[in-house]
Design a protein around this ligand. Sequence first.
Ligand code: PMP
Length: 439
Amino acid sequence: MALDCDWTLEGTARRRNRYYAASQRKFVPYADPMIFRKGSMQYLWDVAGGKYTDLLGMNVCISVGHSHPTVVEAAMEQARELTHCTTMFYHPVPAHFAQELTQTLPKGPGEAIEWVVHFTNSGGEAVDLSLNMARGFTGHADMLALRTGYHGPTLGAQSVTGIASFRHPVGMPGHVAFVAEPNQYRGVFGVGVAPYLDDIESTIQSATGGRVAGIIIEPVQGYGGIVEMPRGYLKGAAEIVRAAGGLLIIDEVQSGFGRTGDHMWGFQCDDVIPDIIIMAKGIGNGFPLGAVIARKNIAEAMADRFMFHTYGANPTSCAAGRAVLQVIGEEGLQENSRVVGAALLERLKDLQSRYGSIGDVRGRGLMLAIEIVKDRRTKEPDPNLTMRVFENCRAGKLVLSKSGPHRSVLRMVPPMCLNFDDVETVSDGLERAFAAVEN
Ligand code: PMP
């Protein structure tokens, strides 16, 4: 039986305005909001039946495709049998999923690393748990995080988020020092890796007690505006932080599950193996799920106290997660992200050569961005023009997002099944969107 539902924009707007809290109601980037009624793979349909190419994947949650039949079927089958099972009872689905997830991770020299999993409901919860784990294991309180990093809405995650507009002016957990993000387009120390590593070293010496719990890094910053960690940075950061007693925590919430194309995990672009890895979003292709994966000895530090996420290890979400891993393998979605992403990046570079407002195009796999500036020489961000291009894209039936601390970056993180025909549709749509503002 379908629940009775008023699908009109007016009715939905009225109910949202009356019944949503400001914190939930506020974030609508479009001047004229829209309702999507259906999704299939890389496409969305609005209530009027208009078809869109989705370059946002409902904020990187849709990894293998909207309503992918294999994922939906796996979850529905489990939900019909037993929708939820609290972790005090044994259930094989999350246990299998934990095994399968750890098998995607490198084992290190001599196959020595034993990875273990703690499932959560969301990315923010996973980040908070990772901070707890790192501090408990090392016995140090001070954490390092990157400016322009985003790690989630929970208090711990906000405390390591380096973008003011995502933090609320309330008391945050302390003991966090921020280092400069190694942004190769507009970073404070310019191009290169060494000065950014020096910044980690000097921050440990000046803003911490000299010993730290760890550093948390996104291999490709998502909300920061698709900022890739240059080769050597993750490895160097790990060496410096480990020498100060800390751990390398990698946030793969946006960059994981094959999206970057060359590898399953974003951190694999560098010669380093993290201590703790955080996953969410694409792990469930739209079903709520998160995970912290840690080296066994590190996770063991939490063995003697209660740490319970009510829906962690929920078998319905974990059944979806298992299906996601299966589909990524069967449909070759990592390789697809690599080749289709490379083709799209080429088209973005071509646009850059013709439109002066495009200061930078970057990214890899299906994690790409266009940064819009007032002047290529000064690199001054242009949020107003970004807004106009963004609205033009919507008129051209493309969904994407505005990211970065200045909301001047068009972020593209589509379902990983995007194809070469879509690349044509997307580049034509972007062309029209820029031509309308520049010509
Ligand atoms: N880490 C990163 C890199 C994210 O982008 C997000 C969500 N945008 C989170 C953590 C938090 O995940 P969630 O919203 O599921 O709490």
